[in-house]
Ligand binder design. Structure first.
Ligand SMILES: [Zn+2]
Length: 242
């Protein structure tokens, strides 16, 4: 085990306070309520964008269907005109042929009516989709504004925490040279395996690292030993502070 004098351990405990502040501020930065709010708004924006995209695709499909129907109506109209022209040209005398053309024209007209009816339905479908899309687009616009505002708020809140964090990081840099490198390495290893706390004060008979009351004999041993001691319960470096 690394050796250390009591004053060196007191300085190490001060470093632990700085490190705990850095950890606390870092966690605060990662868990800002403003960040959670922004995450939620962005999630809503994403789902609204997905729905808008879906409805846009549906609209494209309806528009294509409408265009096809318009072409069908046009084509049938041309065929009717063609048949009527044949009928009216007076070149056909055969009554059976004339009657067949008449029947063909009637059939084409019925087809045209069917296409036109379908066209009306598609137009209504298109209007509904366009209305729905307008609503979605309006909602998205509002949401995008909210997201921008939430980013500003998050940055403002994050900025304060970051500033504070930078101060503590600077303090750490100033403090580290005061700690023996070997002790520092030992402490850093402990910190990694013990939730960021490598050194803890012994207050009365309690280890402030694990908050366990230590047996009287153990407390006496630590207090008598002026140098390095570790908590029997949690293994952290114990520093006598009172
Ligand atoms: Zn302990």
């Amino acid at each position: 085990m690394v050796e250390a004098s009591h004053p060196a351990l007191v300085e190490l405990l001060e470093l632990q306070k700085i490190d705990s502040a850095v950890d606390r501020l870092t966690s605060r930065l990662n868990n800002l309520p403003e960040q959670a709010e922004l995450d939620e708004l962005e999630e809503r924006q994403r789902s609204l964008e997905a729905r808008t995209g879906e409805r846009e695709a549906a609209l494209d499909e309806v528009v294509a269907r409408q265009r096809k129907l318009d072409t069908e109506v046009d084509n049938v109209g041309k065929k009717i005109a063609h048949e009527e022209a044949r009928l009216n040209a007076g070149d056909i005398a055969n009554p059976r042929e004339l009657s067949a053309i008449g029947a063909e024209i009637e059939s084409l007209k019925r087809r045209r009516i069917r296409f036109e009816d379908e066209d009306l339905e598609v137009m209504e479908e298109r209007e509904n989709l366009e209305r729905e899309l307008k609503g979605l687009t309006d909602q998205l616009e509002v949401l995008r504004t909210q997201v921008s505002e939430a980013i500003v708020k998050r940055d403002a809140a994050g900025g304060q925490v970051t500033e504070e964090l930078e101060k503590f990081k600077e303090r750490r840099q100033g403090w580290v040279p005061r700690v023996d490198p070997e002790l520092l390495a030992f402490y850093d290893d402990l910190r990694r395996s013990k939730h960021g706390v490598g050194a803890a004060a012994l207050q009365g008979s309690m280890c402030l690292g694990c908050h366990m009351q230590l047996p009287a004999q153990e407390v006496a041993r630590v207090r008598a030993n002026k140098g390095m001691s570790r908590c029997d319960e949690c293994g952290r470096i114990l520093v006598v502070v009172d």
